[in-house]
Design a protein around this ligand. Sequence first.
Ligand code: NAP
Length: 271
Amino acid sequence: MQVFGLLGNPVGHSLSPPMHEAAYEVYDMDARYVTFEPAPEHLATAVEGAEALGISGLNVTIPFKQDVLSLVEPDDLAARIGAVNTVDFSGDTPTGHNTDADGARRALEEQGDASLDGATAVVVGAGGAGRAVAFALADAGSTVHVANRTVERATALAADVPGASGHGLDALTDLVPEADVLVNATSVGMEANESPVPAEALHGDLVVLDAVYSPLETRLLKEAAARGATTVDGAWMLLYQGAIAFERWTGRDAPIAEMNEALRTGLRGDR
Ligand code: NAP
C-alpha cells in the first residue's frame, strides 16, 4: 500500500484526505492519505522518518511550510517563495515543491478564464499565500502589485518578485480599478463578514480569486459578483494545489471532477 500524508499542526479538520482518496478510488489505487501533527521540535525527525518508512509523498501546511524548506531539496519556485507545501520522496533525496503557486494560477486560468500573460494583478496579502500567488502571477507574465496591512511585508515581497510593487491596503482604491486580476491572500473574510477590498473599487472586467475557502462565498466574492466580475472561490485553489501534488506523486492526471466533489462535500459538512 502507498501512503501519502499531510504534515501540519493542527490538521484535524483538513479536507485533503477525502480529496486525495477520491483520486485513489478513481484509479483503484491501494493508497491512503493520512494526517500527522508532529511537535515543531520533531519536524526534522518526522520528515526523515517518513522517508525511512517509505511514505510516498507529504503535503505540508501551517506552521511548517517554511521550516521544511531546509530539510528537502527545494525546486527553484519553492526556493524563491521560501516555502514548501509538497514533498516528493521518489528520488534519492526528498524534493520540495510549492503547489499553492500553480494551484492559484490554474484556479484563475481554468475557472476564471483569466489571461495572465500581460495582465495587471493585485495581490492582497504578503504572508505565505501572498508570496506564492505573487510569484505565480509574475512567472505567468503579469505585473504584480502587492498590498498588505503591514506595508513593510508588501515592499519586502515586491523586492523579491520581478517587476512588482509593494503598498499598504489604502492603495487598493487606486490599484484595483486598473487591474485585470485580484487575489485575496489574507485571512480577512474567514472569521467575519469582512472584505479587505473597498467594494467601490471592484469592476466587471476583473477576475477575482479569494484564497479563503471557508466560507466559500466570501463578502469579497459577493461584492465582486454584484459588480459583474468573474469570481473564483478558494476551494478551486485548494483543489488545484492538491491535484498538482497528486500528479507529481503518481504521474497520473488528477481526476478534477471527483476530487472537487469530495472537497466540496467536505466543505458543506464543515459549515
Ligand atoms: P499568513 O502567512 O499568516 O498571512 C496572513 C495574511 O493576512 C497577511 O498578509 C496578514 O497581514 C493578513 N491579515 C491577517 N489579518 C488581517 C486583517 N485583520 N486585516 C488585514 N490583513 C490581515 O497566512 P497564509 O498562509 O498566507 O494564509 C492566508 C489565507 O489564505 C488564509 O485564509 C488561508 O486559509 C488561505 N489559504 C488558502 C489556500 C487555498 O488553497 N485556498 C492556500 C493557502 C492559504 P499582515 O502581514 O499585516 O499580518
